[in-house]
Design a protein. Sequence first.
Length: 406
Amino acid sequence: MRFDGKGTSPRPRNTTAAARLSSGLVTCMAACLLTAVPGPALAHRPGPSAKDVADARAAVRARGKELGTAASRLAAAMARKEELAARAGRLVEAYNGEKVRLAAAERAEHEAGVRLTQAVGRLEEARDAVAAVATHSYGGVDLTQPLIAAMADAGGLSGMLHRASVLEHMGDARGQVVQRLSDAEEVAGILRRQAEEALDARRDAMERAEHAKAQAQAAVERQVAETARLEKAKDALASRLSAARTRAERLAAQRAAAVERAVFARQRAAVLRGAAVAGARMGDFAANWALTQLGKPYVWAAAGPNSYDCSGLTMRAWERGGVRLDHWTGTQWSSGPRIPLGALRRGDLLFFGRITSDPGDIHHVGIYIGRGLMVHAPQTGDVVRIASMWRRDLVGATRPVGRVAP
């Protein structure tokens, strides 16, 4: 079979042979479709309705808002956790400071006690000296009491005269002994007060240290509890997020499968209606045959019959339509005239990539089947499927007029 210069319609050399070829291909197409996809299976798998999908998407949006609110709360709680940790650190350091001050107070108390002991010893020595002087000079007068008290006990003016007489007769050396007694009593009193103050300071420091320690322990316990609650909330949030994503993906897949089944059902019905029409266009043959390959896996460099890559599928499809193409998007892109996207026919080839001087930059091809849809073998891990032709990397379309298949 050969084509005219415009490449728009086939002009067979032998009309009878071409008719037999067209009739045979259409009959084979109908039989393949009837065998591959039973009608009842399509009828009993309608998939989610448009309202079901809309409701599911609304539910996903609501869950998304819920997760957003939970994420905000989690962030606020994490900030609170950091605040608690900082407060606990400050209180622990306060406790450490009180321990240092407590140790200083204990040292001060000890030193005051030592000084008090020494002063008491000196006081006793002074009292003994005064008592010795009194015993020797005045026959047992007790001068170990404070001088003011001694004067009071002596009674009135006569007592004062007696004191003056005593001091006069004691002389300088003995007066010094009495003065030393008075000084020792004053020093002992001062040191006794210092020891009591040191003890009070120690007790106050102990109370502050215990209070600070209790506060630190309480803060740490709150921090531990808060951390545990945050971890639990985080786990729950992750679980809800995973569930929401899984549900959204499942609904999207179900909807896509339903759309694909519906499109295929329409294409199948169209093929069956056209089974009796001889002389159908070669593009229809290519498109209809490609629809029979749905679900077969993508395999790199494969060209059937059990798996395909993108150019392998288009090559075999147009081979069924009577045109031989190379197994490469580079030459398939130049296999016929460019077709405006507004004038596409079923079977036209859609190309994706970039138009440069290197034909290898056009990296994908699919077969147009009408209504903005195409059949293609997408990528590794996927299968031959129906998809929208409207992709960002769509660069154009051709209608093959290549070599006639033998």
